[in-house]
Write a protein that binds this ligand. Structure first.
Ligand code: SAM
Length: 266
C-alpha cells in the first residue's frame, strides 16, 4: 500500500498491509447480511473494505479527518457504510445506531492501542448491545484480558471482562504486517457476550467498585486496599475459602469477589 499520508503515532496509526491477516480477521467474525458491524478506527480502510462486502451496515469511527482524502474516493459508491469522523470515546453510540435495523451487532477493530482499555470500558459501560467483538490488541494487553488469578497480568479489567464475556485468543500477528511497523506484537481476540451471567451478583455497582478498589495498589493486600469497607464481613467470607485479608487481590477469583460483594450488599 502506498499512501501519501503523514502517520500520527499519537493516534496509534499502524495500518494493516497484509490481506491474509485482514481475511483471517473477517473470516473469524460471524458476519452475515443481517449484521450491523461497528468498526473502531477506519484507518485507510483495510478492514472496512471487506466488512462492507459481508455486513448489512458498517458504522466505522475514525478520529483523523485527514483520512477523508483517502476514504471518501475509496468508498464513494458504497451505500451500507457510514464513517463517523470523531472520537469513538466521546460518541453516544446507542444514538448513532438508533435508526438502523439489524439482527445482530458486533464490534470489530484493529484498535488504537493507546486507548484499548478506555474503549473496552466504554463498550461495557454504555451497554452497547453487541453479541461479540473481534479486536486486535497489543499482545501484553491480550494477556491481561485473559489472565486468571495468580498470574501477574490479572487485574480488575480481567475480572470485568470475565464477568461479561467469554474470551478466546484467535491468533498472533507479527509487527511486520503494519505500516509503520509498531514496536509491539499483536493478538486478535474474540469476546463473546455471555447469555447467562457467569456468577450471581446482587449489586453490580458494589461488585465493580469493590474489585476496582481491591486492585488500587497492586502491592498492597486486601486489608489495606479495602480499609473503608467492613473488613470483618470480608474476613468472614474469606474464611470460608481458607483465606484472610492479608491476601492480595491478584490471588482472588471472580467468584470470591462476588461472594464478598454479595455479603456486603446484604
Ligand atoms: N483499521 C485500520 C487498519 O487495520 O489498518 C486502522 C487501524 S489503526 C491501529 C487505529 C485507527 O484508529 C487509526 O486510524 C487512528 O487514527 C484511529 N483512532 C485513534 N484514536 C481514535 C479515537 N479516539 N476514535 C476513533 N478512531 C481513533
Amino acid at each position: 500500500m502506498k499512501l501519501n499520508f503523514h502517520f500520527k503515532k499519537r493516534l496509534g496509526q499502524n495500518f494493516l498491509i497484509d490481506n491474509n491477516i485482514v481475511n483471517n480477521i473477517i473470516n473469524k467474525a460471524n458476519i452475515d447480511e443481517k449484521t450491523l458491524v461497528i468498526e473502531i478506527g477506519t484507518g485507510a480502510g483495510a478492514l472496512t473494505n471487506k466488512l462492507v462486502e459481508k455486513a448489512k451496515y458498517v458504522i466505522s469511527y475514525e478520529i483523523d479527518t485527514e483520512l477523508k482524502d483517502i476514504l471518501e474516493p475509496m468508498f464513494k459508491d458504497i451505500d451500507n457504510l457510514k464513517i463517523i469522523y470523531d472520537d469513538f470515546l466521546g460518541r453516544d453510540i446507542i444514538k448513532d445506531i438508533g435508526d438502523y435495523k439489524y439482527n445482530r451487532m458486533m464490534i470489530i477493530g484493529n484498535l488504537p492501542y493507546y486507548i484499548t482499555t478506555p474503549i473496552i470500558n466504554k463498550i461495557i459501560e454504555d451497554k452497547i448491545p453487541i453479541t461479540e467483538m473481534i479486536i486486535m490488541v497489543q499482545k501484553e494487553v491480550a494477556e491481561r484480558l485473559i489472565a486468571k488469578p495468580g498470574v501477574k497480568d490479572y487485574n480488575s479489567l480481567s475480572i470485568f471482562i470475565d464477568y461479561y464475556f467469554e474470551v478466546d485468543k484467535l491468533f498472533s500477528v507479527s509487527r511486520h504486517v503494519f505500516i509503520p511497523k509498531p514496536k509491539v506484537d499483536s493478538v486478535v481476540i474474540r469476546l463473546r457476550k455471555r447469555n447467562k451471567a457467569k456468577i450471581n451478583v446482587n449489586n453490580e455497582r458494589l461488585f465493580f467498585k469493590l474489585v476496582k478498589d481491591a486492585f488500587v495498589f497492586k502491592r498492597k493486600n486486601l486489608r489495606n486496599n479495602l480499609k473503608h469497607y467492613n473488613i470483618d464481613l470480608i474476613e468472614s467470607v474469606l474464611k470460608k475459602y481458607n483465606m484472610n485479608s492479608t491476601i492480595r487481590a491478584e490471588d482472588i477469583s471472580i467468584d470470591i469477589f462476588a461472594a464478598i460483594a454479595n455479603e456486603l450488599s446484604k
